[in-house]
Write a protein that binds this ligand. Structure first.
Ligand code: UDX
Length: 435
């Protein structure tokens, strides 16, 4: 099986490396010359646990190659995956499909024998069919099928998510396409992974519905956490109490500063747009988007309140700036709202993140970047934990106390125990838990 993966970004790279691990010959194509030469040197432009080793071993086995030459890669491919970005269009929530359509056009000029074209990128309902029309218009004699195969990869756990998925969703119209997709995912069939075969539109919508549901679940528990604070209840116990109900499930009920990342914010907005356009508005998802946006602002307020309502000329230590641990991704990270709001209130920011600082430096200004958590806390008036990196879970509490001017800890990920923190002499503030 020869696979061309168009787009060597996060999804394309992980998917390409995993398909090659399954035994396919994969060529990852990207327009970015620097990215391709970095990959050819065996270096990975993003931080994703396990990816570098997987790429290197498959490159050594000659099953994984990198190129900027789309035409040659597509010519020899049995299947071409489109895994390019679909960013939110500035101003409205529509997904920008220009990268998808320009990939489709280039594929149309390169296609030779029967080729299966698969959209991996998250695309609005109807895009798969538009891709097919574009190709047919450019190359009427082309022999191809288009199918939809959304990704459900979590950053930081993407390889495991790919190798052991809860399910694979495939939208295809022909037996030929379904047969080929079955062949591509054969190793997962052998592991009895559920594969949901459906049509193109349903598959495309399933991806948006999944992400919007998860974003809703997080937003729900975040609002319950706020209510817990008002009522003196404990959100962790509520989450446990409801999560044990099999119909609800315990995952994605962890309260925090609001969801971020490359998918949830963009996909919830795009689904709202699709639904409005289809005259079938999704009021729940609309509310989720609004509540989550406001939450990031209210988190800055929470930090200010913990500092006696005033951070002017105070120094705050911020631990973690990425939208979640085990990634260097800063896209829609809550820190991007929280830190500038604190700065606007006159705070000086010392910050540390294990992997995200390189990315963060270009999007967060006037921050003193530190070499570790303790350096960030030295002489600071308070510390706020924004991302639950493992290395922040077991910090040396007496040392923190000796470093901070005031023993104020704001834990926006609830990684410490309120009672233990109080006993250790901290003024501890967290999300939805009894103090
Ligand atoms: C998500 C989906 O999980 C994945 O299936 C999809 O394909 C891409 O989008 P990702 O964005 O990598 O993956 O991260 P995820 O682990 O889902 O977390 C998203 C955001 O929700 C993060 O900001 C995280 O901190 C937040 N979150 C998650 C919570 O606040 N509470 C939770 O209980 C879970």
């Amino acid at each position: 099986m020869q696979i061309a993966m168009i787009g060597a970004g996060y999804v394309g790279l992980v998917t390409g490396a995993c398909f090659s691990e399954f035994g396919a010959n994969v060529t990852c194509v990207d327009k970015d010359v620097n990215k391709i030469s970095t990959l050819k040197e065996g270096k990975i432009p993003i931080f994703e646990p396990g990816l570098e080793a997987l790429v290197q071993s498959n490159v050594q086995s000659n099953r994984l190659t990198f190129t900027t030459d789309l035409k040659t890669a597509v010519e020899k491919a049995d299947a071409v995956f489109i895994a390019v970005g679909t960013p939110s269009r500035r101003g409205d929530g529509h997904a920008d499909l220009s990268f998808v359509f320009s990939a489709a056009e280039e594929i149309a000029h390169a296609i030779s024998n029967y080729t299966l074209i698969v959209t991996k990128s998250t695309v609005p309902v109807g895009t798969g069919r538009q891709v097919a029309e574009k190709i047919r218009r450019i190359c009427p004699e082309a022999d191809f099928d288009v199918c939809s195969n959304p990704e459900f990869l979590r950053e930081g756990a993407a390889i495991n998510d790919f190798m052991r998925p809860d399910r694979v969703v495939i939208g295809a119209d022909t037996d030929r396409a379904r047969k080929m997709m079955r062949e591509i995912y054969r190793p997962l069939f052998l592991r009895e992974t559920p594969i949901v075969f459906t049509d193109l539109e349903t598959s495309e919508l399933t991806k948006y519905a999944a992400n919007s549901f998860l974003a809703t679940k997080i937003t729900f528990i975040n609002e319950i956490a706020d209510l817990c604070e008002k009522l003196g209840a404990d959100v962790h116990d509520v989450a446990k109490g409801i999560g044990l109900d099999g119909r609800i499930g315990s995952k994605f009920l962890h309260p925090g500063p609001g969801y971020g990342g490359s998918c949830f914010p963009k996909d919830t907005l795009a689904l709202v747009q699709t639904a409005t356009k289809a005259d079938s508005p999704l009021r729940i998802v609309e509310a989720v988007v609004e509540v989550n946006d406001n939450r990031k602002k209210s988190m800055a307020k929470k930090i200010i309140n913990a500092c006696s309502g005033n951070v002017t000329d105070k120094t705050l230590a911020i631990l973690g700036v990425t939208f979640k641990p085990n990634t260097d991704d800063m896209r829609d990270a809550p820190s991007l709202d929280i830190i500038p709001t604190l700065q606007a209130e006159g705070a000086n920011i010392n910050a540390y993140d294990p992997e995200g600082m390189h990315e963060a430096k270009s999007v967060l200004k006037d921050v003193s970047w530190c070499n570790d958590a303790y350096e960030a806390m030295a002489g600071a008036d308070a510390v706020a934990i924004l991302t639950e990196w493992n290395e922040f879970r077991g910090l040396d509490l007496p040392r923190i106390k000796s470093l901070l001017k005031h023993p104020i800890v704001i834990d926006l990920r609830n990684i410490y125990n309120p009672e233990e923190m109080r006993d250790a002499g901290f003024i501890y503030s967290c999300i939805g838990r009894k103090r």
